[in-house]
Design a protein around this ligand. Structure first.
Ligand SMILES: [Cu+2]
Length: 279
């Protein structure tokens, strides 16, 4: 005859395991929250330096907040389930049921609703960055190749001469024919200089394989695809020097495929444009 108050040793072990699992899940959740808070203080994104970057950061914060709340709630519930429904007596049996339509419809519709709203926000921001720039935007062509970047400016006349990468050579870089209209004053550089608070339209191309034009301070990353011109625009908001990287593994020299972006005042920019090194 078993004593009613004392359970068999394996039932007691199950009960202890349930508590241990709950404590472990909650401890890992707490550690994840603390690690995230520490990471935001030390290893977060570099300071943002463009208007579109600010909008992207706002969207990122919204997405990250939703994910964080869901992560914490799900894991609190997971620990609670392990604790609350652990085996505490030999008479307990696991319950089985086939479905719970209300619950399933609830979490499916709620998740879909959140994702649809986020897709609308993300899609409209994507359309804005890839849409037409405001009038007065300056245009710069960005040409990627293994393993470096070239930047093509229209020069004082504001006319960007047509690029023809099939005719690219030492004598006519980017295949620009100097006799063509607007070509004589075009400038090709290895550094990207932009004017603070002036919108810029980039036309991104590649000479060989797929690269990706990446400016972390602008939250900006766009593939450069051979045979295709990708247009984006943004507005730099802070003067300074920022790194440009290639964010698409493009060959053995991928890791050295870097350049520099300098955001300058209009006077500094004009002086750079007119300097002998640029001309
Ligand atoms: Cu590359």
């Amino acid at each position: 005859m078993e004593h009613p108050g004392a359970e068999a040793p394996e039932v007691q072990a199950h009960a202890r395991h349930g508590v241990a699992v709950a404590v472990l899940v909650w401890a890992v959740t707490a550690a994840a929250v603390v690690a995230t808070v520490v990471a935001t203080k030390h290893w977060w994104l570099p300071p943002v330096a463009s208007t579109q970057g600010m909008a992207i950061d706002r969207l990122f914060l919204v997405v990250f907040s939703i994910i964080s709340v869901v992560f914490v709630l799900v894991h609190l519930l997971l620990g609670f389930t392990a604790m609350r429904f652990r085996q505490t007596s030999a008479a307990q049996r696991a319950a089985h049921w086939h479905e719970n339509r209300r619950l399933e419809a609830g979490w499916t519709i709620a998740t879909a609703g959140i994702l649809i709203v986020l897709t609308i926000f993300g899609g409209s921001l994507w359309l804005q960055v890839h849409g037409s720039p405001p009038s007065g935007a300056m245009t710069v062509e960005v040409v990627a190749q293994q393993f470096g970047w070239q930047f093509h400016y229209p020069g004082p006349d504001g006319v960007l001469a047509p690029v023809d990468l099939t005719r690219d050579s030492f004598r006519s870089p980017l295949g620009i024919q100097r006799a063509e209209r607007g070509a004589a004053d075009d400038v090709i550089t290895n550094e990207l200089h932009l004017v603070v608070n002036r919108p810029v339209r980039l036309l991104i191309r590649s000479k060989d394989v797929i690269h990706s034009f990446y400016v972390p301070h602008f939250r900006f990353k766009q593939d450069a695809v051979p045979g295709r011109v990708t247009q984006v625009w943004f507005t730099p908001t802070r003067t300074g020097t920022y790194p440009i990287a290639c964010a698409e593994l493009c060959g053995v020299g991928h890791f050295v495929m870097a350049s520099t972006l300098k955001v300058e005042t209009p006077d500094q920019f004009e002086a750079w444009m007119a300097s002998p090194g640029t001309r």
